[in-house]
Design a protein around this ligand. Structure first.
Ligand SMILES: Cc1cc2nc3c(=O)[nH]c(=O)nc-3n(C[C@H](O)[C@H](O)[C@H](O)COP(=O)(O)OP(=O)(O)OC[C@H]3O[C@@H](n4cnc5c(N)ncnc54)[C@H](O)[C@@H]3O)c2cc1C
Length: 471
């Protein structure tokens, strides 16, 4: 059997972060009767959890119900790579494209959000296995080296704390024969975390603060009730609330304004067994523990865990399925995706031949046409949403949650006047155009990656329309 196939043969389909019986909390009972509340939050991922906490911090006596379709952390929030990044709008270029003039403010808000996020974890004694390792980008072709060098010069000139590694220096940091250069961005507090630990830590805190949480309780409908209230249903029971926050991200939402904002893009990931001393020495990564990604359209993101495993995701395995497919039975565990990931892993680290993957999993990324979160409100401010973080939501969800609750009247601030909040995203095209468009774009991105990053006509057209597409 080929070595990349042998490596995944005995892996189990389960997000590494979920596989922690010592800290995984009991699933709470489902909704079993009609109820009333001031604020109903739909979705138990980072957005819903942070929204409940910030609403409580702003109004201690707020009566809040949080309702989750399956269990807390079962969405993207418990399935991601754990890269904690302060960017709110997916990088500077995207920020300038979509929110001209707001880059400085968004940067400052991103830093503030990150500081407050870490401070909150500390205050509530949530150990997220946070490691402040910055963010490291590697070049695997000459086109990337040239572009990254330009970026590095600009960032250095702007006073950022960045380090350039040439080929030898980069390979001394992490030994992959594919590396031609690297940039280590050390500014701020970017780093890596264990995402389920944050979700489950927040769940504990919310229960202590009196938030009522129902799991295994999918919301089916949500409609206005008179001029003052909202009426939602789940499992045949009714929740009457003054306000509703939709925090369902990539999943179908009964309110079409929310659902049409994003498309679900599937991303696949794996985790190796813990590396032994010999394997660690062979790559030398454990000394710096860089959070790595390669400079490419279809990029890989990978990092070490506390127990010296490697998690490995992204690359060419990322997919959009026709008509917003989110069915786990059909799309979550497709062998070809993991085979491709495994092959790409051993191309990057051939010296780890023989290493096995213990876990494989997948998750759904909510991609918006502006490539970052989209907030919105309707029904006279009684229903709001914060969805669509694309691939960068571990940190940004706390800010998205803040916007969501401010839109619902919990201490609104001047951030609500920013284009980031007021500007409507371009809608996604209907099917089958959407599927063809995404497919065509993805193959153009793959082609560009194989061609030293050179973008063809289609990608140039999309660039001109400020329509980034990747995750
Ligand atoms: C594989 C993968 C890797 C990623 N890696 C990174 C990374 O390294 N760094 C980074 O910054 N971002 C990353 N992201 C993105 C990041 O994880 C998300 O942006 C973030 O978790 C979104 O949080 P959320 O709470 O908005 O959505 P989710 O975590 O998806 O939560 C939505 C919740 O709503 C629930 N729900 C849906 N419908 C209903 C309903 N009808 N009723 C009740 N509940 C419902 C779902 O079950 C789910 O729990 C990654 C995403 C994926 C999928």
């Amino acid at each position: 059997m080929q070595q990349h196939l042998a490596a995944i043969k005995d892996s189990k389909y389960c997000p590494l972060w979920h596989d922690q019986p010592d800290i995984r909390p009991e699933v709470l009972p489902a909704l079993s009767e009609d109820t009333n509340c001031e604020l109903l939050i739909v979705g138990g991922g980072f957005t819903g959890l942070w929204a409940a906490l910030q609403a409580k911090e702003r109004k201690a006596d707020a009566d809040i119900v949080l309702i989750e379709k399956t269990f807390i952390a079962d969405g993207a929030s418990g399935r991601n790579g754990g890269f904690l990044n302060s960017s709110l709008a997916h990088g500077e270029t995207n920020t300038d494209h979509h929110f001209p003039g707001e880059a400085d403010r968004l940067h400052q808000l991103g830093q503030q959000n990150m500081a407050e996020l870490l401070e909150t974890l500390e205050r509530y004694n949530i150990d997220a296995h946070y490691e402040k390792v910055g963010e490291t980008e590697v070049a695997t072709n000459q086109g990337s080296v040239d572009e990254m060098r330009k970026d590095f010069e600009e960032e250095k000139a702007a006073g950022d704390d960045v380090v350039w590694f040439d080929k030898e220096a980069m390979q001394a940091q992490v030994n992959s024969p594919t590396y031609l250069a690297g940039i280590w961005r050390r500014d701020g507090q970017d780093g890596i975390i264990d995402p389920a630990r944050i979700c489950w830590g927040l769940k504990r805190v919310l229960l202590e603060l009196g938030v009522r949480i129902f799991e295994n309780s999918p919301i089916d409908t949500c409609k206005p009730l008179g001029n003052e209230q909202m009426r939602s249903t789940a499992l045949g029971f009714t929740i009457t609330s003054d306000k509703v926050l939709m925090a369902t991200n990539a999943y179908h939402n009964p309110v079409s304004a929310v659902s049409r904002t994003t498309i679900p893009v599937w991303d696949y990931q794996m985790a190796t067994e813990p590396l032994n001393d010999e394997q660690l020495t062979a790559i030398g990564w454990h000394k710096t523990r860089h959070a790595l990604g390669n400079h490419a359209n279809m990029f890989h993101y990978y990092r070490m865990t506390k127990d010296n495993r490697i998690t490995w995701g992204g690359g060419g395995a990322v997919r959009y399925y026709f008509n917003k497919g989110t069915d786990f039975a059909s799309f979550a565990d497709i062998p070809e995706r993991f085979e491709q990931l495994s092959k790409e892993f051993f191309e990057t680290f051939p010296q780890l031949a023989g290493l096995k993957f213990s876990h494989r999993w997948s998750g759904i990324i909510a991609t918006s046409t502006r490539f970052c979160m989209v907030p919105g409100a309707t029904y006279n401010g009684r229903l709001a949403w914060a969805v669509g973080y694309t691939g960068l939501g571990v940190g940004a969800t706390r800010f998205g949650a803040r916007i969501g609750i401010e839109l619902l009247g919990y201490q609104p601030s001047d951030i609500l006047k920013m284009q980031f909040v007021t500007k409507k995203p371009m809608p996604w095209a209907p099917e089958p155009f959407r599927w063809f468009g995404v497919k065509f774009t993805q193959s153009a991105l793959v082609k560009a990656d194989a061609n030293n990053g050179k973008r063809g006509l289609w990608l140039k057209l999309l660039d001109a329309m400020n329509l980034g597409f990747t995750c």
